[in-house]
Each structure stands twice: as structure tokens, then as C-alpha cells.
Design a protein around this ligand. Structure first.
Ligand code: AMP
Ligand code: GLY
Length: 414
């Protein structure tokens, strides 16, 4: 079987690494992929948003399954385009992709089905939004409704900061169209959890939990990033687990009642406040770096799982997890998530230490040299019987990577 993976990050490398282990998969293609994926299959020079070219490629190569990494092509209708051509593709349709492309759409769903989430209001004009700022207690959170590369969320400390944030989003179009509508919501305080679920025609089958580190520097300091460290599983108290299971059932019931046909990944971001889980957001794709720590722990055949989800034959028992703990440390370009330089040489160890895997997030070849080509560059994953063992292994691998332009947090999973 031939599989096409769309995207170019660590998530796509980890999906490819896992799919490559399936006895059913003969050939892997990545569009466009990165230096790391080129060792697993063929990188094709088509970007994730070049949907016509991707369809043409999948037809000409007779691709058996396409897996979509990033949200942009999903929110642009790639699944419909592939299905119209009779091509098999794993990802939600355009209607269900609104759970990622509109925060208001998700908040309405959560409220309609009485799923715990932060209280909120949605505004489409600046004056009403400013008026809304006078009616809340601080801090609050202001979110651009649309896709903003994870940057459209601002925690606002007081009224003046709120007015400034609204002005930037709504009047100055800091996030373009995405900020024309804003959601103002209650600030929740507590640890976050990432729960990726495989959804098969509205049936919600959760993967193991992961925890992502969003802040750039040690001790959760610095700017928000796409995620610079991760671990899985995440031990949680029984009552929290039970509440999360109930929420999953409510989501499933909600999808059915509303008449969706959701097949793909539903990534539920939770915050646990005072021992109670609240849904922060939905994404409709695999998380990055969550995928890099989940795939090495998945014992079942991913190709099988994705096909069964599409064919409506997947059952909970199909997902088998190893007891190993996984810790992922991301090496980022110095300066990320702000300005950073690309094209600096990276020297990798000849062999990775036993119990480690290296995924590439943003790398390229400059001639024969490996160079950084993104903000997040590499993910060093350690696997061990305990989280501590996994953590030490991940950092052992980090220590063997040489570059003058990479940095990392030293407190992941500590
Ligand atoms: P989102 O894109 O909605 O997940 O928001 C990105 C990040 O902003 C989350 O992972 C949280 O760290 C933070 N965040 C979002 N909403 C809230 C909230 N209501 N209270 C506290 N933090 C939030
Ligand atoms: N790690 C968070 C995300 O993928 O959105």
C-alpha cells in the first residue's frame, strides 16, 4: 500500500515513522516533508495548501491512503476534494473542521451540549466588545475566532490591556480576517492536558493523555510557542479521569445529535481547575509535539487504525498502548517563537542511544549538510519504564546533537 502524508513537521515525521512499521505499508510519500522524512520515504515538492496538485499526485501515484497533518488544508476542504476523486483520506470534512477554524463554533457546540468550558461571549463589532470588557472581572482571555497559528489568544490583565488587544485584533487586523470576530472568555487556572481522540463517524475513541509545554523557557517563562516539550502518559486522579470520560461521551452524543459525520482526529485541550476538567479548545488534527510522544507508545498498527476509522469498523480494543513512558524535548532555533535564523548546520550522532528516537520538526539539507529550517527543529524522545528514565534518555540524546543555533528547555517532565 502507498501512503501520502501531508505536512512537514515532527508530527508528520512521527506519523510516517509509525506507518512505516505497518506490514501493509510498502511506500511512503511526504508532501513536502523535511530532512528527517526523506529517510523514510519520498519527499514530494508540493505544499500542504496546494490541494489541486496533491489530488493530481495522489491519483497519478495511486495512493491508497492520505493522512493530513496540518489544519489549513482540512479547513480549506481537502477531504471533500480527495473523496470526490474516489481517493481515501483521513481527516474531518469541511463542516467538522469548523471545530478548529472557529472558536465561536466550538463554544456554541460545548454550550449547547452542556460540556464544561469557560464562560464566554462572542463579538463581531469592536464597540460591543469594548462594552463587554466593562462587564467582566480580570484576568480574562481574548481569542481571535479564526485560525491564527496558535497566536490569537491573549491573556488580558485589566480593562486597558483589553481595549488595546481588541484594537489590535479587530481594528488593526493583527490576525487578518481571523480576528474580525473575537471570543472573550473567563480565565481558567490549572494544568493543561491534551487528549487526542480518533473519531470514526462520530464515535470518539481516545488515545492516551499527553502534556504539552507551551512556554518557551524553563519554569514556564517566556512567550507561548507551538509546544516545546511533551510527555505521555499523564497520571491523573481517578475522579478527573472519570470526568474526562463523561465529557468524551457528551462530545460523542453532541456530534450525533447535531448530525455531524466526523471522522478524523479530535484533539481536546483540557484545563483542570480545582480538580475539574474544562474543555479549552478543539483541534481537528494530530497535535505537535503530542504525536511525537504518542506514536512511539502505540503498539497497534496505525495504518489499520486509520483505515478502520474511515471504514467505521474501529473498536476501542484496536488501540493497544505500551506501558513505556515517553518524554519529548524539542530543540528550537535560538530566538523562536520570535525572530530566528535558518540555515545553521546541525550534526547528529551517528547512532541514537538505545531507548531514544529523533524526529525532525524543521530541518532541510543544504547540499549534504543538515540545517535548521524552522522554529522547532528536532524532537528528542526518550522511552523508559519510568518517566524519569525516559526523561534522562531524551536529554542524553539532546546532549549528542551539535549546533550553534539550537536551544531547549531543561525542565521537561521534571
Ligand atoms: P487555545 O488556542 O484556545 O488552546 O489557547 C491557547 C492557550 O492559551 C491554551 O493552551 C492555554 O494555555 C491558554 N488559554 C486559552 N484559553 C484559556 C482560558 N480560558 N484560561 C486560561 N488559559 C487559556
Ligand atoms: N501542541 C499543541 C498543538 O498541536 O496545537
Amino acid at each position: 500500500m502507498k501512503v501520502l502524508i501531508i505536512g512537514s513537521g515532527g508530527r508528520e515525521h512521527a506519523l510516517g515513522w509509525k506507518l512505516d512499521q505497518s506490514p501493509q505499508v510498502d511506500e511512503l510519500f511526504f508532501a513536502p516533508g523535511n530532512a528527517g522524512t526523506s529517510f523514510l520515504g519520498t519527499n514530494v515538492l508540493i505544499n500542504a495548501m496546494e490541494i489541486d496538485q496533491l489530488v493530481e499526485f495522489a491519483k497519478s501515484e495511486a495512493i491508497d491512503l492520505t493522512v493530513v497533518g496540518p489544519e489549513d488544508p482540512l479547513c480549506a476542504g481537502i477531504v471533500e476534494r480527495f473523496e470526490e476523486e474516489g481517493l481515501k483520506i483521513f481527516g474531518p470534512n469541511l463542516e467538522c473542521s469548523q471545530f478548529e477554524s472557529s472558536k465561536d463554533f466550538t463554544k456554541k457546540f460545548l454550550q449547547r451540549h452542556e460540556i464544561p468550558t469557560a464562560a464566554y461571549n462572542t463579538y463581531t463589532d469592536y464597540d460591543s466588545a469594548v462594552k463587554g470588557l466593562g462587564e467582566v472581572s480580570y484576568p480574562i482571555v481574548i481569542k481571535a475566532d479564526g485560525l491564527a497559528l496558535g497566536k490569537g489568544v491573549v491573556i488580558v490583565s485589566d480593562y486597558d490591556h483589553g481595549v488595546q488587544t481588541l484594537d489590535e485584533m479587530m481594528n488593526q487586523a493583527q490576525f487578518g480576517e481571523a480576528g474580525a470576530t473575537v471570543v472573550i472568555e473567563e480565565f481558567l487556572d490549572g494544568p493543561e492536558l491534551s487528549l487526542l481522540c480518533i473519531v470514526s463517524h462520530n464515535r470518539v475513541i481516545p488515545l492516551d493523555l499527553a502534556r504539552d509545554y507551551k512556554k518557551a523557557y524553563d519554569g514556564d517563562q517566556g512567550l507561548n510557542t507551538g509546544g516545546v516539550g511533551c510527555f505521555s502518559p499523564v497520571p491523573i486522579p481517578d475522579d478527573v479521569e472519570q470526568s474526562i470520560n463523561e465529557i468524551n461521551k457528551m462530545i460523542e452524543q453532541g456530534l450525533i445529535e447535531d448530525g455531524f459525520d466526523f471522522t478524523g482526529i479530535l484533539f481536546v485541550g483540557f484545563i483542570i481547575q480545582d480538580g475539574k476538567p474544562y474543555v479549552l479548545e478543539f483541534n481537528v488534527r494530530f497535535g505537535d509535539p503530542e504525536t511525537e510522544v504518542l506514536m512511539p507508545r502505540l503498539e497497534s498498527d496505525l495504518f489499520d487504525i486509520l483505515n478502520k476509522a474511515i471504514d467505521d469498523t474501529l473498536i476501542d480494543e484496536d488501540l493497544i498502548w505500551s506501558n513505556d513512558k515517553a518524554v519529548g524535548v524539542i530543540l528550537t532555533s535560538i530566538g523562536y517563537p520570535a525572530e530566528y535564523e535558518q540555515g545553521h548546520a546541525i550534526k547528529l550522532p551517528v547512532a541514537n542511544p538505545v531507548g531514544t528516537i529523533l524526529f525532525h520538526n524543521g530541518t532541510a539539507f543544504d547540499g549534504d549538510n543538515l540545517v535548521n529550517a524552522g522554529g522547532r527543529v528536532l524532537t528528542a524522545v526518550g522511552l523508559g519504564k519510568t518517566q524519569e528514565e525516559a526523561r534522562l534518555l531524551a536529554y542524553q540524546l539532546v546532549g549528542r546533537i551539535e549546533s550553534d543555533n539550537l536551544t531547549y528547555r531543561t525542565d521537561i517532565a521534571k
